[in-house]
Ligand binder design. Structure first.
Ligand code: SF4
Length: 891
């Protein structure tokens, strides 16, 4: 198909894609009927993928004979993904048709965790929750309400809901994901993520495996490939030989936790070779503050700054880095020169990788961005933009005022600089008596499985004195949902409305997720009031759920909540979902109304038809804009860090990790375990309802170098016991030279389990386990049944051939919060031994008695608020659902 308007459409020529004017009546022969030629007619409805954060476009093919979705492909009109998807996008159809999916709202019918649920009505759910929340608001127990989100998949709707209630209730998963890297970036510029312009880069520097799994996977992967095709060189820093590393010009596998030192060595080379961008540094960096703080006696000239900078990083020679990181000095020098020569064409990104694994991981991102600053590649063509310049979040029709309350279960005093909520410490804080929750929502979130110390999550979820009512809003059964009081089925990518934008490249775009069957019915003139009427069962969409719940909390408007849900078009009436998005598209998206008009559509009609809109192309930073930091410049010296008790970390530097090799006793069989790497085919903890994905990936053996395998005495497929500070797990071994010696790795996603068959984590993916308390507070999970064929409405469930399903490692990890960023430091110091005689594949043993002790050890590393001026957090720091400025003061 061909583009209509190159300024606002992103369409790429996909020769086989149906032309737009045939989207309402597209004919294809039924492949299953071959060799007969059986015609099938489809309606094509775009939506947005919900299976990772990238928000790629999808196109649903609705069979007009059955009005069911037949399949999902890419949407070529989507500016980020341009018609391409990874395996997880088309697998949305598995999630829609999953035979074990939750189709109706369910209410607990036995003790918590008993696995007994019964069907209830949406009305009962809404009335129960509304009464409970209303009481908490009226009795000023506002901090007893909490909304805890795993995958957001939208930009701001829920923040507005919570702020309209006047609560400080938003909790996220970010501190087990990206918070450390975000802090490293934010300290430089106020913007917390990079947006590399891979397709125009001359040098691509990646920490992690962006071609296969990295942040904004498919949008980035295609642009990295294009950049390489245009001659860009690529260096991948990853302790594991990922598929991405195998496509790189250089694969560097430094000792885990030393990555910041490696990056500083590149900086050292750039400074020594005078390859830095002098004008950028002089005009955009707070070098005067650096000099004043670090060299107070020095003359305040730029020349003196450069001398000071060279002197400050004199320690980071390639030779010193070789000794520390294990990467040859000559290679470091060679790459440092390449980076320097790339200048404004240096595109770089860190995603999870070293930033999320290590004590001080935030300095990895800070040091990576240091290279962009030195080369002047910030916001340039082929360089690395700030996310703020490539993400577009349109304003809704009404924005609630900030809440005038601070919830210390989210941002405790010990972590004044944490980039996000201390979400994974919630059980520890509840068990310490820091508060209780009366109404707790988990939403597309599976903390029992995902977070470290999952058994402490189980403990508090089972305790009604700590959590009064727990509602799990989820499209799929999970290890967490089984402990809830209510399990509420929420829509997949083709069953809900959301609006998203991501900083995937040098542009700004929005993407519309929509309930495909509702839209398809509307095209045929059949309108519905609520989305669940056209979804499978009574699967609802959250926007409508939250609107209805908010209305019931404040039916007469006296709490000041209802007004936020009154229609901007029909005063006093409850807003409809069409009106909510219609207002945004008519009023908040520059260029959209005019473009819609050119197509003979209104703005909502345009988004319903095309699913995405390119707001701005070639979006690069305006160098005269400045930066959102106290100095207005990029801050090589962070006065904030110094003022809040961390003066020696105020400039980009190297912090030795908690798994630094000095801490390991190799003779005792100690290793570093890298537990963070992701598989391109799985969706954190939402793959279990996607049969195609589990057929592709269904085991997560421990990667181990041949030298280590020999030392331990194991071979591929042998069982190995990996022991952490609070427990151990037993897994198979995969011996590979793609692993750095001395380091082990085990992928995320796998090892799903179920305790029973009544509320199962889907059987495509989960092993049935017996959970036994083998000593007070010490638990053993042992498989009683692997993955095997079963009867269901889907005949494929009888064709399951895989049995492993992988091993759940996260249960055995204690919490390890970085004292500055608050990020959980995922890497583990472990011992590795051949499995004992009575060990079985999949065994997981955890001693919860040890959990709190490790938590307190890490807590002792912090420097609690108040900081300067009695603040609990620097005022210039961003905060999710930011409360009023007054709440930032302690007391
Ligand atoms: S990268 Fe894959 S899972 Fe993520 S949004 Fe795109 S298609 Fe979906």
């Amino acid at each position: 198909m061909r583009s209509h308007d190159p300024d606002h459409m992103s369409t790429v020529p996909l020769e086989s894609f149906p032309p737009v004017d045939e989207w309402d009546d597209w004919m294809e022969y039924d492949a299953a009927a071959w060799p007969k030629k059986v015609e099938r007619k489809y309606m094509l409805v775009p939506t947005t993928c919900f299976n990772c954060e990238a928000a790629c476009g999808l196109m649903a093919y609705v069979d007009k004979a059955t009005m069911q979705i037949r399949r999902l492909e890419g949407n070529p009109h989507h500016p980020g993904s341009r018609g391409k998807n990874c395996a997880k996008g088309p697998a949305t159809i598995n999630q829609i048709n999953d035979p074990e999916r939750i189709l109706y709202p369910l209410k607990r019918a036995g003790p918590r965790g008993s696995g007994r649920f019964e069907r209830t009505t949406w009305d009962e759910v809404l009335d129960t929750f509304a009464a409970r929340i209303r009481s908490a608001l009226l009795e000023d127990r506002r901090n007893e309400i909490m909304y805890h989100v795993g995958r957001p998949g939208e930009d701001g709707f829920m923040l507005n809901v919570l702020q309209s209630w006047g609560v400080d209730a938003h909790n996220s998963h970010t501190n087990v994901c990206s918070a450390a890297a975000r802090l490293g970036y934010a300290l430089w510029s106020g913007a917390d993520r990079p947006s590399p312009d891979h397709e125009n880069a001359s040098f691509i520097l990646l920490m992690s495996s962006h071609l296969e799994t990295g942040h904004y996977f498919i949008p980035h992967a295609q642009r990295i490939v294009e950049g390489q095709a245009r001659g860009a060189k690529m260096c991948v820093i990853d302790v594991r030989l990922s598929n991405t590393a195998s496509r790189a010009d250089w694969w560097l596998a430094p000792w885990p936790g030393t990555e910041a030192m490696l990056l500083l060595a590149f900086a050292h080379v750039i400074l020594q070779e005078r390859l830095y961008d002098r004008a950028f540094l002089e005009q955009q960096v707070n070098w005067r503050e650096f000099l004043a703080a670090m060299y107070p006696d020095a003359e305040a000239t730029f020349e003196r700054f450069i001398e000071a900078l060279v002197g400050h990083y004199a320690f980071a020679t390639p030779e010193a880095a070789e000794a520390e990181c294990g990467v040859p000095a000559a290679t470091i020098r060679e790459i440092g020169i390449e980076i320097g020569r790339a200048g404004h064409g240096l595109a770089s990104h860190v995603w999870r990788n070293a930033a999320s694994g290590n004590l001080g991981g935030w300095q990895v991102a800070r040091c990576l961005q240091f290279l962009s600053v030195l080369t002047g590649a910030v916001g340039t063509r082929g360089g690395t933009n700030l996310n703020a310049d490539n993400k577009f979040v349109p304003a809704p029709f009404a924005k609630p005022a900030p809440q005038n309350i601070w919830n210390e279960l989210l941002y405790p005093l010990e972590y004044p600089l944490a980039h996000h909520e201390l979400s994974y410490l919630l059980p520890h804080m509840l068990l310490e008596g820091r508060g209780r929750l009366d109404m707790y929502f988990t939403r597309v979130y599976n903390p029992v499985w995902t977070n470290p110390d999952g058994l402490l999550w189980e403990k508090v979820l089972l305790d009604e004195s700590l959590i009064g009512l727990h509602a799990a809003l989820t499209p799929v059964w999970s290890e967490t949902a089984q402990y809830a009081d209510y399990v509420l089925p929420m829509g997949n990518a083709a069953e809900r409305h959301d609006l998203m934008s991501q900083e995937t490249h040098a542009a700004k775009w929005i993407s519309f997720r929509q309930p495909v069957l509702r839209v398809a019915h509307e095209r045929l003139g059949k309108t519905t009031d609520l989305t669940w009427e056209t979804n499978p069962g009574e699967v609802w969409e959250e926007d409508e759920f939250w609107i209805e719940l908010s209305w019931r909390i404040d039916p007469d408007g006296k709490l000041g909540i209802r007004k936020h849900y009154e229609s901007p078009y029909r005063p006093g009436k409850k807003i409809t979902i069409d009106e909510y998005y219609r207002w945004i598209f008519e009023n908040s998206v520059p260029g959209l109304p005019a473009e819609a008009k050119r197509h003979g559509l209104d703005p909502l009609g345009y988004m319903r038809k095309f699913g995405a809109f390119l707001v701005e192309k070639d979006a690069y930073k305006d160098p005269t804009d400045g930066f959102k930091t106290p100095s207005g410049r990029m801050e090589i010296y962070s006065k904030t860090l110094a003022d809040w008790g961390w003066p020696s970390d105020a400039v980009p530097g190297y912090i030795k990790s908690h798994i630094h090799r000095e801490t390991l006793d190799v003779d005792k069989g100690e290793y570093v375990l890298i537990p963070t790497f992701r598989l391109p085919t799985l969706i954190h903890t939402r793959s279990a309802n996607a049969k195609w994905l589990y057929e592709l990936s269904n085991t997560n053996p421990v990667w181990i170098h041949p030298e280590d395998a020999e030392r331990i005495g194991v071979r591929t497929t042998d069982l190995i016991r990996i022991a952490t500070r609070i427990g151990h797990f037993v897994n198979k071994v995969w011996v590979t030279e793609g692993m750095r010696p001395g380091v082990l790795a085990c992928s995320h996603h796998l090892g799903r389990w179920r305790l029973n068959d009544t509320v199962p984590t889907d059987r495509w993916a989960s092993a049935k386990v017996e959970r036994l308390e083998i000593a007070p507070g010490e638990f053993r999970f042992r498989r009683v049944e692997g993955i095997r064929p079963y009867d269901s409405a889907d005949p494929d469930s009888r064709r399951i051939w895989w049995t492993d399903g992988g091993v759940h490692q996260n249960l055995t990890f204690p919490v390890q919060p970085d004292p500055i960023s608050g990020m959980h430091c995922w890497h583990q110091r472990v011992t590795a031994t051949p499995a004992a005689d009575d060990d079985q594949y999949g065994d997981v043993v955890v001693d919860t008695n040890k959990s709190m002790a490790v938590y307190r050890e890490w807590l002792a590393l912090t420097k609690p608020a108040p900081g300067p001026d009695g603040l609990r957090r620097p005022l210039w720091f961003a905060r999710i659902a930011r409360p009023t400025p007054e709440t930032f003061t302690v007391g």
